[in-house]
Write a protein that binds this ligand. Structure first.
Ligand SMILES: Nc1ncnc2c1ncn2[C@@H]1O[C@H](COP(=O)(O)OP(=O)(O)OP(=O)(O)O)[C@@H](O)[C@H]1O
Length: 228
């Protein structure tokens, strides 16, 4: 893909439920190397807008494209090139942390899956629970497992809904740096966050979602909005 081809675009995109608009319209393009944050108060519509951007729910109006196509999270292309972590827990109860990561790494055809698995266990500090099952983890450790599963696989677009949830301050900082590095390496990232430090350390631009609207701003404005 050419570096100037947008990975994700939204055109006049209005998100909501049925005929009921929650927020928008939004026009935005996200290119490789960019991290677009989405900020705003509880209930403003960030998650709804994020899901609509990636085709996980129908738009009230307008449309979005991922990798130049109408997004279809069941298509092979989408699943191969878009890594998504929404605000939900999804595990296999009978697989350990290490087995989960191994399954994702092998499913995506990584050349050296074992090395990648150990790398994520190191990064997310999951060593003490690497051979534990999901119901033996703390809520923060479960969140780290989901984040590790999102990062371990290849992607052109990484989509994260409040990735900082349940992480301690130090791990939030490491995560923000990882997101920034991921974009510098060529991916595009879209994330919802309530954390001003995460936004400042990772975002290259942002959308403020409020009063039924969605407007594109620079990172400083997004950080100031979170701190209000
Ligand atoms: N399934 C649904 N059907 C109808 N309305 C919904 C549904 N899910 C969420 N909403 C409403 O849509 C609005 C936006 O919710 P959304 O979860 O997108 O907000 P948010 O900005 O992500 O909030 P938070 O920061 O609390 O996660 C809220 O008023 C919420 O009540």
């Amino acid at each position: 893909m050419s570096p100037r081809t947008a990975v994700l675009t939204a055109e006049n995109l209005v998100a909501g439920y049925g005929e009921h608009a929650v927020c928008g319209p939004l026009d935005v393009e996200v290119f490789p190397g960019q991290v677009l944050g989405m900020v705003g108060e509880n209930g403003a519509g960030k998650s709804t807008l994020l899901r609509t951007m990636i085709g996980a729910q129908a738009a009230v109006d307008g449309d979005s494209h991922v990798l130049g196509l109408l997004p279809d999270d069941r298509s092979a292309l989408f699943r191969r090139r878009v890594s998504v972590l929404l605000d939900e827990d999804a595990y296999f109860d009978s697989l350990t942390v290490r087995e989960h990561l191994s399954l994702v790494a092998r499913g995506h055809g990584l050349a050296n899956p074992d090395k990648a698995v150990e790398g994520e266990i190191d990064f997310f500090e999951l060593h003490p629970v690497a051979d534990a099952f999901p119901d033996q983890l703390s809520s923060g450790q479960r969140r780290k497992l989901l984040l590790a599963s999102a990062f371990i696989r290849p992607f052109d677009l990484l989509v994260l809904d409040e990735p900082e949830q349940r992480l301690d301050t130090r791990m939030r900082g490491l995560l923000a740096q990882r997101i920034a590095r991921t974009a510098k390496a060529g991916a595009a990232v879209v994330l919802v966050t309530h954390d001003a430090d995460v936004a400042r350390a990772s975002c290259t631009s942002a959308v403020i979602v409020d009063d039924g609207g969605a407007r594109l701003v620079d990172t400083d404005a997004a950080v100031a909005r979170i701190r209000q």
